[in-house]
Every structure is written in structure tokens, then in C-alpha cells.
Design a protein around this ligand. Sequence first.
Ligand code: ANZ
Ligand code: ZN
Length: 873
Amino acid sequence: MATERYNAREVEARWQKIWNDKDVFVTHNDDPRDKYYVLEMFPYPSGRIHMGHVRNYAMGDVVARFKRAKGFNVLHPMGWDAFGMPAENAAMQNKVHPKDWTYDNIAAMRGQLKIMGLSLDWSREFATCDVAYYTQQQRLFLKFLESGLVYRKNAKVNWDPVDMTVLANEQVIDGRGWRSGALVEQRELTQWFFRISDYSEDLLEAIESLDRWPEKVRLMQKNWIGRSEGLRVRFEFIDAAPTGDTALEIFTTRPDTLFGASFMGLSPDHPISTELAKTNPELKAFIDECRRVGTSEEAIEKAEKRGIDTGLRVKHPLDDSVELPVYVANFILMDYGTGAIFACPAHDQRDLDFARKYDLSVKPVVLPKNADPAAFEIGNEAFTDDGTIFNSGFLDGLSIPDAKEAVARKLEAISIGGAPQAERQVNYRLRDWGISRQRYWGCPIPVIHCEDCGVVPEKDENLPVQLPDDINFDKPGNPLDRHPSWRETTCPNCGKPAKRETDTMDTFVDSSWYFARFTAPDCDQPTDPKAANGWLPVDQYIGGIEHAILHLLYSRFFTRAMQKVGALDLKEPFKGLFTQGMVNHETYRLGDGANGRWVSPAEIRIEDIDGSRRATLLDTGDEVTIGSVEKMSKSKKNTVDPTDIIDTYGADTARWFMLSDSPPERDVIWTEDGVQGAWRFVQRVWRLIGEIAENSEPRGGSAPALSGNALALRQASHRTLAAVTADLEGLGFNRAVARIYEFVNAIGKALSEGLNDAAMEYAVREAADYLVQMMAPMMPHLAEECWSALGHDNLISEANWPTVDETLLVDDTVTYPIQINGKRRGELEIAKEASKEEVEAATLSLDFVQKALDGNAPKKLIVVPQRIVNVVV
Ligand code: ANZ
Ligand code: ZN
């Protein structure tokens, strides 16, 4: 047996079948053991798994298998984030129904995940496009609607006038529709919103409690919520605005810079701008143009800062002698603060860009530390750091915070037109979540429009509002709008003919509660609160950093919203969060590497010629240039198909390599050498275990009295076990792998020294068992095969994690540095309790000491107990 090569293909399929037949990974809600819920972000069914999935799911699987071995009732489910645009695009391009496309892809990817040998409870699987799932999502929506968490309002959308469709921000490229290339317009549509902004403060505060989340994710969430404390200030118009307003209200977070005010800015969508545009064609043209650029903050940030002088003037609130012009400016958003600002160009870059363009004053009022007030000037870069206030009357000499406070106090106390000139205000950047999408392949929003009753929620007993299957994508736009009959229904309120809402929900809604649904996937309500409360929060959530903001924030909001409607009772869905790094690979280009087409790793051969690597195209032998290592991507063709790797080397090898090379939060470089190294290790472990199984008997009873090599090996086993246990608890997979490598070396060495007594046999058997158990979470198939070869009759997937014998961890040896004639030449490791004579004898038997003595007796031999040995020759 020892010489038989390990055949991963055959072995892996066999164990997968056994696990499956025995329902080893099916989890029961009524299991009395402590729960542990581990979840990887579920995939979009694009059609094939990629290496990023392999890495993500391998990590999750290690956690699941480890926690199971530690005695937890582990929930480790899998599903599909299955609604969304790509299915519709495929439908338009390839004339395949989105549903068929999606379910075919799911079937293909499920097969690929299964050959990875993941310990998933497949009985809980669902796709978000399953009618059963989205029925419950509609039910949740109606509950949210009933409790005031959902509302409708007008909002701007990107409208593609050629495709006659709404575009997501990422579908607008340089102001044009991604498919049609037409200039995108901004249109007002009535849309559905979730009141996530009601929870701004709560979502922000609770970040503090998420102590098992990466700091960078916590920070990203904080910034996204974007709390700012500021002041709402009213600036009196010299002549009233055409809207009748006598003052312009602005929001500022920098009242300390008020003496540096240079102009006022209005959003193009500000009511005063709208009113003025009625009689000012130039302004109207400008506003129309701003609308075209798009509403995203990013689009606004990128655009050149431009504006139009309205001719209106306001008084400076702290200095009567100063009048400020009012501009409509393209960088001011209507849905933040009041949609109007005072601009201080010296200390705000956008304001400065604007002031330079229109030649407006730039007066610095914050002086950098150690700068000379007489000489300090602003060039083309605003000064936004800390400093001391100057050029500012009563504020001179104050720090920024003190000046903010002084301005607030002063203006709060002044009243203009019966109201205080300023009020303190906390603002959040977080906007309500617009969930309306004018698309087919999403969860229909279950409401009905009745001419008499208005917007009426669908009745619960009429759910689901099911997507029609007979649909065509011949024309652009939302196919639900064009369906001959789907819209037609009756009003749940008055019974008259009425029309269904044709908007479907943002797919982020689908992924905002799937983790709760897994706890009771067949429940006829969105959740079974008992199951949800029992399993949640997810103990360990693992996924990509690209979801660090929206998905996590929406899920946190949803959990609160579900709590409000009684679907569960907690706030934070994910106790532990881990974001894994990416999988990178070398890139290859035909020819000299500059413009040649990208070629994939599978198309080339790499040879080592005189110590340097040379690549050629397999087909033609043409030269290929080896480029930089980059994130695996289709565009650069530097991807490796996981199924190819698994076919060649087996799932364990792929998993092992993925976990071995770098810390899990960092990027990993996929290399052929690395995979082969992992594969050789698999073979080596198999040979080693084979040899042990053949030459020794399983352990029985307790450990015999030990000494020497046997003791050392047992210590190595227990130390490795303790360390690997801690590594796996802390998700330090690469460290665990490194220790297992070392441990295999130690076992190999012990074996080579002979299995000649019962003590050694026991120690070797124990080492083999531990080795197999420690690697089982990472290489589960190889582990089962070895476990059974070692004579165990249970499954390692069901075996308990071994326990560390603490007494074997104590280090009872001491290392003596050995000096010869005053120079350190080596060391001696010996039992702590060794007598002086024993230390002397052991020193004299050391190779390098004998050499130095050259057959003579030492002139002197001095042992300082527990410290050092000196030999004089
Ligand atoms: C004067 C000022 C002086 C400002 C200065 C900044 C620096 P955060 O921190 O994100 O809340 N602002 C206010 N409303 C705006 C809107 N609707 N669109 C664009 N910008 C707006 O940002 C608050 C600051 O952003 C405010 O403070 C305001 O400019 C600007 F040296 O007021 B500040
Ligand atoms: Zn009605």
C-alpha cells in the first residue's frame, strides 16, 4: 500500500459520496450542542466558479470542519444570488430565457462546488430567484411598508433615450449609455425607498460593537454613513429671491472659516435655481447640462467646477460691510444639507477651483503652524489641515474647534426675521436606499396602482406576485411594462381593474436577508424567529472586500428592520467578518509584450533556460512575454480554471495551496510550482501514513512511559496541535499549513530513527492521527483516506478534535551555548534536571567538541548550571 500512488480523483469522489449518503453535513435546528454559523458570501451564478470562489469557500470550509470537530452544531449553507442584469443581458444577446440561463448556471456551478468537497448543508440551498424565496421577500416588503420602513418619492434616474431604459450609475460611461452610446438624461421617476437613513446614528454607533470586523471595513462603513456635525446658517438676501425667500439657508461643517467666505453656491436643483431659470435661458441651459452629467457623487466630483452668477447678493452674517455673490454651481448636491453652501476657497479645494475659474476672492483664515501670517498665501491648493484662525476679527488666535464653537454661540443668539441666524445640526451622508429597478429579472414589488385608491399593497393571501415566464426582450426597456396582460389585475381595496407595479427590487435586497432565510429555508414566513434567533448572528462571515460597504450596511439595516417587524430579534447580523485577499497570477502577452494579445496560462509552456524563465505558445512555439502579476481577470486572460486544476491534482491540492501561501487577508499568487508543491505534499503524506499504517499497530490504552525520541515526538505532536488549534481559531490558515509541513518532517525523521519499542510505536501512531486530524479541515478527502488506512472505523469528518496534553507542552529541556576557548561554537540541548556530570559527558560527546579536542582531554571544562559551558583545549 505504501508504494501506491495517491489517486485523488478516485478517492475524492468516493468520500464525497459517503458524506452525501450519510448526510454528514446536514444540520438540525434542534441539535442541543452550541451553535456555530459560518457563511461565505453566496455567489452570483455567472456560470463557472473562479479561483476567488475556491479561496473563499476553502477558508469557510476549514472553519466549518474545524468547529464541527470542536463539538459545535455547525450551520454551513450555500445558495445563489441569482437575480440581476447579466441574465437579462444574456437573454438579449443569446435569446435565452433569464430563468433558464440562471438555473443552468446554478446547476453547473453546484457541480463544481461539489467536487471541491465542501462540508455544506445542501438541503438548505436556495436561489434568490426561486419563487419560494422571493415570495417571502415580498411578504417582508409588505411588512416593512406597513410599519413605515418603505415609502415612495420622486427621484432622479439615468435615462437612456435610445434604449428607453433606466441605467444604473455604473452603466453610464462618460455620460453615455453603455449599450446605446446615447447621451444619458436625468429623469424624475417615482420610486420606492427604504428608510435606512432613520438608522444612521444606530448603524454608526453599533460599529463600535463589531470588534471581530476588520478595522478598515469599520472605517469604510463609518465614512459611508458620514456623520458630520455642523451649523445651518441663514444668510440674509440684499434683495429677496424670486421665490420670496429673504434668507438663504446653508449647511457648513466649517463655520470657523466664515470670515473667509467668498461666494454662495446653490445646487442646480435648488428651488431658487429652478425659479431663476424660468426667466434666465443661460441658467436654464446650464442646469439642463448639469442634469446630464449624472447625479452620482463621483460624476460630480470628477466634473470641472462651473457655475453661473445669479445676480443675487447676501450679507455676511458676521460682517455687515461684506456682500457675497450667489452662484448656481455644478458641484453642489440638492440632497445634502440644504443644497446650498457658503464657499471658502482658501480651505476647500472645490471652492478654490471655482474661485480661480471665476476670479473670486481667496482669503486664508486658517494659518498653518509656524507659518508667517504676513506671507502666507494660497496657490492652487486649498489648505485643509489644522492651524490657527487669523484674518477673522474676534476669532483670531483660536483653534479650529474653539472657533467653530464661538461662531455657533454667536449666531445662535442672533435672530433674523424671528428665527435664530444659525442652528447646530448633525448631518449624515447616508441616503435612503432606492430599491426600484425597471427590470424584469428581479423580485416584483408587490403593490398595485388603482385609479381610485392610489397605491395599494397586494394582499398577503395573493402572494406571490410571480414573474411571468412568457416574456420577450426584442425591444429595450422593462419587459414587464410591455407584457400584454401581466400588469392587469384588480385593486385589492375596491376590486376595480388596476395595474401592477412593474418595478422590481434592487438585487441588494435579495442578499440583505438570505443569511436569515438559511436558518429556516422552508418556513412559510420570511423567517422562523426561533430558528433565526437561535442561529444568528453569523459567527463567521467570509467574503470579498468589494462588499465592505453596501452589502454589509444593507444587511445591517435589514436586520434592524426585520427586528422591527418581529421577524427576528437582534440588530447585528455578522459577529465576525473576514475579508479575504484576491487571487493573482502572472500575465502573458504574445510577442514582445507591449501590444501583443493576452494569452492564458493554459495556452503556454514555460521552460527554464539557463536559469531564466522563457515562455512560448504551445500551439505555434511563438514567443510569449511574461508580464507582471495581477488579479486574475478575464480581460488579461490570466485566469486558471479551478475545475482544470481539480481534474489534474484533486480538490485537496487546490484547497491546500490556496490556504498555504499567504495570510488569508492578503493577495495570493497562483503559480504552477506552488500547486505542484502542494501536490507533492499530498503524495508525501500518503506515503508517510502508509508506512506508519504498515509498520505499527493502532494505539490502545494509555501512553507507555516515554523517553528520548518517543517523548520528543509526543511533545512535537502536542505542541503542533496546540499551535494549529490556535491558528485555526484565528483564521491563520497559512501558519497552520506551515506548522503541518514542519510536523511532517518531524514525523519522517522519527520514523527514520526506527520504530523499535512500544513507546516509539505509540508516539508515531499518535503523531499520525494528529497529523491527519489537523489537516482534515483543509484536505478532507486525503484525511479520510489516511484515517481509514490508520484503522479508524469512524469518519474523520465526524471525529472530535484531539485534546492537547498540557504536560507535554512544558519545555523541560535547556539549551547550553558551548564555548571553546572563549568562542561560541555551538549548543547542547539537554534535560533541565541533568546533573553537572551528565552535562559534562554530553558536551564531550558533541562532534565539534571532539574535533577541537583532537583526542586530548580538555584543559578545563566549566559548567555554569542552566547557563553555559566553557571548554578550554
Ligand atoms: C464652508 C466650508 C469651508 C466648508 C471650508 C468646507 C470647508 P461634510 O463634511 O461631508 O458634511 N457642503 C454642504 N452642503 C453641500 C452640498 N449640498 N453639496 C456639496 N457640498 C456641500 O461636508 C460639509 C461641507 O461640504 C460643508 O462645509 C460645505 O462646505 C459643503 F473651508 O462650508 B463647507
Ligand atoms: Zn381601488
